[in-house]
Design a binder for this molecule. Structure first.
Ligand code: TXA
Ligand code: MG
Length: 340
């Protein structure tokens, strides 16, 4: 078991991080410790991806099931190729176009990646994060860095250092605080091991964006496939959820909301009727461009207000909203459980 000790936060500039701070964080990684750092998507909880012991520390700190594989972060495409047993032409072209950036490529792994990183599976998820802070840390550590989102398992992903501390304070060695992340939703996860590329987790790099490079639209794993195949175990239901019970509801459904319980409201994609007196606080995120970077922070804020229930009005079912809708379905409970 890890000893629980206070976690330090070091504040750094995202694009010109203090070399001493990077050196200190890299020393922690090299000796098997845990460092939270910002990527462009969410904060990651980093450890040496070549050390089974360090990797076990990630699973322990998060309370993450050992069956859920980790994404391995490298600082360049040159560092990624040797970690894949097969590097198809599609990987080369996708990396050239989207790396550094919010795209994870799932490929057959080499023995350089310990089994604990991949949950015993034969494939590894690889990506090159964009911010200088992340790539400097990887380069200075001299090893690939495995990093899941820096939150306790099943909780909301962190887009600020404060979100990380709320969830993992005392369980990890260091938080590098370089401010809020720019993209705000986790990377698109694309499986390249089959005949046709398959999106395992939608993100801000969309199927249409990928098709421009692949020539064809990738397949998209449906939620029913997920239930039966469980190919990416972390993609189970209620994965990115606030602690407050959250439910999806249309404005029409909300007309029936007359319970005296204290409720917070998150509206995505549309303004609704101004008068909704049953609600204690209301956050509106109108466009996908704006909703993506602020989505998790809005849920963190509403969660902190300790309402009895959170109600979320979902955005329209269009490709631009696909990544947000995916996270919403995971963050909420089934409508039949609604308390009103
Ligand atoms: O944007 C991101 O991807 C962030 C930042 C820190 O890079 N990381 C992240 O990691 O979201 P995590 O562990 O919270 O989510 C990774 C997802 C999980 O659902 C996991 O099951 C899936 O990617 N995954 C990782 N490796 C995989 C593999 N070899 N095959 C299939 N799915 C994989
Ligand atoms: Mg996660």
């Amino acid at each position: 078991m890890r000893r629980h000790r206070p976690t330090r936060t070091l504040v750094v500039l995202p694009d010109a991080p203090d070399p001493d701070a990077i050196a200190e964080a890299a020393a922690i990684i090299r000796r098997g410790g845990l460092v939270a750092f910002a990527t462009e998507t969410v904060y990651g909880l980093g450890a040496d991806a070549t050390s089974p012991q360090a990797l076990r520390g990630i699973f322990a700190a998060k309370g993450r099931p050992s069956t859920n594989p980790l994404i391995v972060h490298v600082d360049s495409v040159d560092s990624a190729r040797p970690l894949a047993a097969d590097w198809p032409d599609s990987a080369e072209r996708l990396a050239a176009r989207f790396w550094p950036g919010p795209l994870t490529l799932v490929l057959p792994k080499t023995p350089a990646i310990p089994d604990v990183a991949t949950a015993g599976g034969p494939t590894v998820g690889l990506r090159v994060p964009r911010p200088r802070i992340a790539r400097d840390l990887i380069a200075r550590s001299g090893v690939p860095i495995a990093a899941p989102s820096a939150n306790r398992s099943l909780g909301l992903s962190p887009t600020t250092a404060r979100h990380v501390a709320k969830s993992l304070d005392g369980r990890i060695d260091l938080i590098l605080d370089s401010g809020p992340t720019a993209v705000g939703l986790e990377s698109t996860v694309l499986d390249l091991t089959g005949n046709r590329a398959l999106i395992l987790r939608p993100g801000t790099i969309t199927a249409e964006n990928l098709a421009e490079v692949l020539g064809d639209l990738p397949a998209i794993r449906s939620r029913s496939d997920e239930a039966t195949v469980a190919r990416s175990p972390g993609q189970g239901d209620v994965h990115y959820a606030p602690r407050t019970p959250a439910y999806l509801a249309s404005f029409e459904d909300l007309a029936q909301f007359d319970r005296p319980s204290r409720a917070g409201l998150l509206v995505l994609g549309a303004t609704g009727p101004a008068e909704m007196v049953a609600f204690g606080h209301r956050i509106e995120l109108l466009s996908p461009e704006f909703a993506e970077p602020h989505f998790y922070d809005a849920l963190h804020r509403l969660d902190e207000m300790a309402f009895d229930v959170l109600v979320i009005v979902p955005p329209p079912d269009t490709p631009q909203w696909a990544a947000v809708r995916d996270r919403l379905l995971r963050a909420t409970r089934p409508p039949e459980l609604r308390p009103w």
